[in-house]
Design a protein. Structure first.
Lengths: 114, 112
């Protein structure tokens, strides 16, 4: 059973460019959340997708957008990249069972903005 | 929004010593989850605490949730080099779906 997968693993962009990161959830999971983890810090919640819609959003600007596809996979798009967007971007998939929802994190995409 | 503070930021121990990391909040925590992140890796779920005063054990790891649900701790007995990594607590706000607010983490190094 494959876990959460993300692509690409590493990416280098320059300021002002746009980037798309991809995530395939664990089999059987229908919810995908995205987190940004700056170096030496804890992950910060960006947003969550469920049933192809953004269900929750953290304190991130509109430059950060996403999408969920019918097969539950998801994309994170960041426009007009800033140096401060350099971070590890984590995707977490989950499903709710008996009222308990556990998130499983993927290996992440390391984004460097120059 | 919810803020979760975690101390200490760093902890260096000799192999065989015990280790504890603490998670605190000024407001009531919903559910606490603990994660371990190895260097260069991603967070891996360890456990979830839901009830006030709850204590759970996983081999050498003991997790506690405070009576007032404003703090939590992770204690590792007799650390091993395989325990190296950063340990995060996260509050699961569970509004319309799980939403984790992470602490800053405690980075544990173990000297053999």
């Amino acid at each position: 059973d494959a876990g959460v997968t993300q692509s690409p693993t590493h990416l280098i962009k320059t300021r002002g460019q746009q980037v798309t990161l991809r995530c395939s959830p664990k089999s059987g999971h229908d919810t995908v959340s995205w987190y940004q983890q700056a170096l030496g810090q804890g992950p910060q919640f960006i947003f969550q997708y469920y049933e192809e819609e953004e269900r929750q959003r953290g304190n991130f600007p509109d430059r950060f957008s996403g999408h969920q596809f019918p097969n539950y996979s998801s994309e994170l798009n960041v426009n007009a990249l800033l140096l401060g967007d350099s971070a590890l971007y984590l995707c977490a998939s989950s499903f709710t069972f008996l009222g308990v929802e556990t998130q499983y994190f993927g290996p992440g995409t390391r984004l460097l903005v120059l | 929004g919810q803020q979760v503070m975690q101390i200490p930021q760093y902890q260096h121990v000799q192999e065989g010593e015990d280790f504890t990391t603490y998670c605190n909040s000024s407001t009531t925590l919903s559910n606490i989850q603990w994660y371990k992140q190895r260097p260069g890796g991603h967070p891996v779920f360890l456990i979830q605490l839901v009830k006030s005063g709850e204590v759970k054990k996983q081999k050498r790891l003991t997790f506690q949730f405070g009576e007032a649900k404003k703090n939590s701790s992770l204690h590792i007995t007799a650390t091993q080099t395989t325990d190296v990594g950063t340990y995060f607590c996260a509050d699961d706000e569970e509004t319309s779906g799980s939403r984790l607010t992470f602490g800053e983490g405690t980075q544990l190094t173990v000297n053999p």
